[in-house]
Design a binder for this molecule. Structure first.
Ligand code: ATR
Length: 279
């Protein structure tokens, strides 16, 4: 029997997940169908759609905005990444149990380390923003061996609070937080990640050119927008390694696929198909 999976969100029509998982299923010969569920805006819509999908024999789901918090709350068990991110982006139904994971941060790490060939061990990382995207990235970046992570956010107090909350979970990684305008002068970073939504508004972040170490990677977590204001800023600062979040998207999908199906798909062909040139 064909196993059923889906991505749930609102709105969700723009999601690339059905395309990605369809290509993975084809390449690995898995008998599965991957659909799209728009649960709508009504209170309780997520819980209702989740129950209906499970009752119809669904095996697992990806979860996107605005339901990632509710997805974690609906789970009987959750991974450490999901718990510390405070959000789930993948669910698996095992008997009457709902299991939750958050693969966004791991997808980011795999994209940087495997696809871009940049080991994170010992690196200094600057994370711009203190919302859900940053929260999900922190633990996986630290686990990959980043020596230092600084969170810089427009609202400094949010970055401070997030750093204070997550610091006890980081063993060998120095974590700090502060305002966007209070980067320590002279401090340089090997990886600068934009986890804010500033580029959506066309806003440029006040990151000084001096913050990019020679050979630094500038990574825009949004994807498919070409050269965003952040990537333009990095380019103008002399940064030659630029990336957007398409690799993170494809790698988190591969992690979910492997978790559901027990086989990890090759991501290269899918990446090549979805990538938008950064020029
Ligand atoms: P997500 O869950 O996608 O991370 P979020 O929780 O709404 O989204 O967080 C968005 C982040 O982008 C926040 O860190 C926000 O900064 P504030 O905490 O000060 O609101 C940041 N952000 C959004 N628009 C921005 C802009 N124009 N300039 C700088 N930071 C911006």
């Amino acid at each position: 029997m064909t196993d059923r999976y889906a991505v749930i969100g609102h709105p969700v029509a723009h999601s690339k997940s059905p395309l990605i998982h369809g290509l993975f299923a084809q390449a690995t010969g898995q008998d599965m169908h991957y659909g799209l569920i728009d649960a709508g805006p009504a209170p309780g819509a997520f819980a209702g759609a989740l129950a209906a999908f499970r009752a119809a024999g669904g095996r697992g789901m990806n979860v996107t905005l605005p339901f990632k918090l509710e997805a974690l709350a609906a789970a009987d068990v959750a991974s450490a990444d999901a718990r510390l991110a405070g959000a789930a982006n993948a669910l698996r139904f095992e008997g009457d149990r709902v299991e939750a994971q958050n693969f966004d941060g791991l997808g980011l790490v795999r994209d940087i380390e495997v696809n871009m060939g940049l080991p994170l061990a010992g690196r200094h990382v600057l994370l711009l923003g203190a919302g859900g995207a940053t929260r999900g990235a922190l633990l996986p970046l630290a686990r990959a061996g980043a020596a230092r992570i600084h969170i810089a956010n427009r609202t400094a107090a949010k970055a401070d609070a997030l750093a204070a909350e997550l610091a006890p979970h980081m063993r060998d990684c120095a974590l700090s937080g502060g305002g966007l305008d209070t980067l320590v002068p002279g401090e340089v970073f090997d990886v600068v990640l934009n986890a804010t939504s500033a580029s959506l508004d066309g806003d440029t972040l006040p990151v000084p050119a001096s913050a990019f170490a020679p050979g630094a990677l500038a990574y825009e977590m949004m994807y498919g927008q070409g050269l965003t204001p952040f990537l333009n800023l990095a380019k103008a600062a002399g940064c030659a390694r630029l990336a957007d979040g398409v690799g993170m998207l494809v790698e988190q999908a591969a992690e979910a696929f492997a978790w559901w199906r027990g086989v990890r798909p090759d991501t290269r062909a899918v990446l090549a198909r979805l990538a938008v040139p950064l020029a």
